[in-house]
Design a binder for this molecule. Sequence first.
Ligand code: F6R
Length: 614
Amino acid sequence: MCGIVGYVGDRKAFPILVNGLKRLEYRGYDSSGVALSQNGEITLFKKQGMVKEMEDHALEHDTSGSSGIAHTRWATHGEPSDENSHPHLSNSGNLVLVHNGIIENYQSLKKLLLDKGYTFQSETDTEILVNLIQYVQEQESCELRKAVRLALTQVVGAYAICIYDKSYPEDIVVAKLGSPLVIGLGVNEKFIGSDATPFLEYTKEVIYLEDGEMASVSATEDLDIRLIDTNKEVDGKIHQLEMDLESIEKGGYDYFMMKEIYEQPRAIYDTFRGRLLADKGMIKMSGLEEYSDRFRTADRIIITACGTSWHSALVAEYLFEEFARVPVEVEYGSEFRYRNPIIRKNDIIIAISQSGETADTLAAIKMAKKAGALVFGICNVPGSTISREAHAGAYTHAGPEIGVASTKAFTSQITVLTMMALELGKIRGEFSTSEYRALLRELSVIPKKIETVLESIDLIEDIATQYKDATNALYLGRGVNFPIALEGALKLKEISYIHAEGYPAAEMKHGPIALIDENMPVFVVAPNNGHYEKLVSNVQEVKARSGKVIAVVTKGDTEIRNAADHVIEIPETLEALTPLLTVVPLQLLSYFIAVMRGCDVDRPRNLAKSVTVE
Ligand code: F6R
């Protein structure tokens, strides 16, 4: 959470920093700020609210400086306010810092600094860090870089920081531990970002700083990267970005979320590209091939993730057990990392993360690596920390997902996991060639079937009008569509702020049925598969208590249609592939309900897209 941007070069820094912040707003958007170096001074602009508010305020003043640092915040220490916004100045007014992460031992550091006479304007841990650096610099009479290095050795927590001294504004010092930081290399200019989107139009050459590294970033000098603990020089590997600008713009849609829902057929084709060779009856996934023996002989697969990615892990549990007959356990990263779990060398850990930066998922895989397990990462963001930390992996290739509510990343994750489950089933000798080929053929036409689902948009918008004022909602599903009920409920609550719960349909009678009355919409995921007759009974049970039923059914369905208040049809497909279709109407329903309630669907309150703190 929190996004940071920096620039040194000949251009005017302000527009670069502000546009960069707007692209990073998905990381946090409760306040923002910019520090510019102008006329030998540091000019600060900080405002609670969206980046636009800070920008409008700054534009009433001189913003002509050609280097600076900037920040968009997701509050951890101290509520959103102008004072708590970054950048933060040190007491001397000479140092200015932006920070993404959490300084866990900030209280003891604060006490030390208070004892030395330091004062604080904000409630943030960041202001303590910048003053700690000032303190160390004064004690050691050293240059900024050394002071940063020594101060960071006293810090417990996670950080990506940019800091400069007002006397040397063309030299920005950056450091990273646990939060992401990328440096863009231009000709006589450099860019810094929490990811590469702030500077896509300027350079495609980037260096991802690794944990425990720091660097001096100046316009014309080569990067000087060092290890924080030993000061040993290290070489940074230059990566070429493949992302383009168009992929991070809205393309005529009102919200990124809608654009991303509509991009799903294309995103899934991109996930397939070069991997799903249905005509040849083959799946080629290099990450899997490299470790095919480990996968073939694995005793168990543990999948770890958070939020929506955890829901795709639950779908995968059904698929891996069905197709590959390998035992699967699904774990929240946050629970797994603190539970002292039993991890054996013959286990495989799959980590799923759109951003590839989620702190809990990352900590879970580090623990698994230590225990000797093979870690396989499924990430969307190229070069992200989890993708680099894993032994092997597969990118989802869904393209940048900007809307905070995950949509296309989810279906792309399920696509990767489905291909993996099928391939594992083949490696482990679980199907005949004809079965395998039939599955591949059906998977290859899923994007077309999603396009058909998207054609129901008017019906879905109409249904949304009727339930936009609900205060509660229940989502029911069974089997591989139980996780889709969870995902439908999560989508609704996170963007519309309606309380919603997902349940396995059969569990309804063990409690949630007490909630059902004429005001309770019940969304039932009921494609025509093995659980259909049981779902028909569940729908009857809801109707008998006057609940409203909105069901997602297979085209041609009659039984549920007769009982439900509304039905939304999906095309016929194999049961294992239905989640890729059934989730789409639920995404759209949440989207419309949230828009009708006046919510900012791309930036739901209190959320951030990349959760880099635990
Ligand atoms: C919900 C959503 C979150 C994320 C979760 C994990 O729409 O987006 O629940 O799924 O924060 O994020 P990643 O996948 O980046 O690890």
